[in-house]
Design a protein around this ligand. Structure first.
Ligand code: PLP
Ligand code: ZN
Length: 394
């Protein structure tokens, strides 16, 4: 049953297809698979969505939140034309800039949806591991919701993330090692304190929140050419930084849902997933033709801290979605990430986070190989202001 404006009906395991009840708290399927939200896609009208205020809640039917969301006034974020990059690559290039969201990154979209659902399902306490930005965003939304939050992060996570989570009243625990070690510790804490364990892919709704970025993109992309009240427009290539891979999977899910709704005519967009050479487990699996992703062995230090995910929980799903789209996985060098941050700021006026800037370095390589198909949308997942300490070095 759906309730409120949401057309959410149930959760479905991405691995075995089993159906799960959405009105109770869920983590993962008994088979170990990730649960994906499913909706009744009949009778949803694009013009109804467009009659609402812009921003993520415009697409209420395709989001899981039934009632009033826990919101910090998430604005629709800009889809900016990239003049210099379009000229350099010879293809129309846009950048979806999620820097203006609360907490300064797209993690706000996931937190808004995830915390809203936790509220609706009666959760009083949450524990989660984070590479950094998710901890900051969830701390703010949990503060607003009155939910107790414990975040566990690597000692090497950016200081800005630790401080913002602490200032927002979260309990912060630092561990030696990577986000994988933080995950084990957060799981223990959840069990000890009776908190809901909300790690990436153990909580089904942050993905839905992240999906909204793509609904906004497809909605705006139509306006730039022929405005048609009944249509969204898919860009040809989406270039997306990949840590855990939620953003990339969410892009594929958004495209599939609006295709099923009949809101688009185009072929699904090519997905290009971008990792740092310093931590590229999914790129390696892609290049080897593997279906599962083996954990990255070496310690990671990339300045793109959101990409320090050595053992992604759903690498297989990322590979599947990227391959099915006809796209690819790309690894970019640390030096190129830094150059791209500077280039974006100095030529296009966008102070991007290193993760977002990595998409420029990846697209640049594809363009040089004659393999970049336009229109292109680069995804800047956050603001460079969260990284001033590391961007000042080197
Ligand atoms: C978390 C994060 C990413 C990676 O996103 P996934 O959805 O986990 O792949 C990219 N950029 C920034 C700024 C992040 O915080
Ligand atoms: Zn299953």
């Amino acid at each position: 049953m759906s309730s409120g404006l949401s057309h959410l009906t149930h959760l479905e395991c991405a691995r075995c297809g089993k159906r799960h009840e959405a009105q109770v708290l869920q983590g993962r399927c008994d088979c170990g698979g990730t649960l994906l939200a499913r909706y009744d896609l009949s009778g949803i009208d694009l013009s109804t969505a467009r009659s609402r205020d812009p921003g993520m809640w415009r697409y209420r039917e395709l989001l899981p939140v039934a009632g009033e969301p826990v919101s910090l006034g998430e604005p629709e974020t800009p889809l900016l034309y990239m003049r210099a990059l379009s000229e350099r690559w010879g293809v129309e290039t846009w950048l979806k800039d999620d820097g203006p969201l609360p907490s300064g990154t797209f993690k706000a979209r996931g937190a808004a949806a995830g915390v809203s659902r936790a509220m609706e399902l009666g959760v009083k306490a949450i524990a989660m591991p984070t590479a950094g930005n998710a901890g900051g965003a969830w701390a703010l939304y949990c503060a607003r919701a009155g939910i107790e939050l414990t975040v566990v992060m690597a000692r090497t996570a950016p200081e800005s993330n630790r401080i913002e989570a602490e200032v927002a009243g979260a309990i912060v625990e630092l561990v030696d090692g990577s986000i994988a070690d933080a995950g084990r510790r957060a799981k223990e804490i959840a069990t000890e304190r009776g908190a809901f364990f909300a790690a990436t892919f153990f909580e089904p709704y942050r993905l839905e929140g992240k999906k909204s970025a793509w609904l906004e993109v497809f909605d705006r992309a139509g306006e730039s050419s022929a405005p048609d009240e009944q249509r969204m427009k898919l860009p040809r290539t989406l270039v997306i930084p990949v840590g855990g891979g939620v953003a990339a999977i969410a892009a594929a899910k958004a495209a599939a849902e609006i295709a099923e709704l009949g809101w688009v005519d185009e072929e699904p967009a090519l997905l290009v997933g971008v990792q740092a050479e310093d931590c590229a487990p999914i790129v390696r699996a892609f290049e080897q033709g593997d279906e599962e992703v083996a954990a990255w062995e070496r310690p990671t230090t990339t300045i793109a801290a959101g990409l320090r995910v050595p053992a992604p929980a759903e690498g297989a799903l990322v590979l599947d979605r990227v391959r099915a789209s006809g796209g690819s996985m790309q690894a970019v060098a640390e030096r190129d990430i830094r150059l791209a941050v500077h280039h974006l700021a100095a030529t296009e006026g966008v102070f991007a986070c290193p993760e977002g800037a990595a998409t420029v370095a990846a697209a640049d390589r594809l363009a040089r190989d004659g393999a970049l198909e336009g229109p292109v949308v680069l995804y800047n997942t956050g603001s460079g202001t969260k990284y001033i300490d590391v961007l000042g070095e080197g």
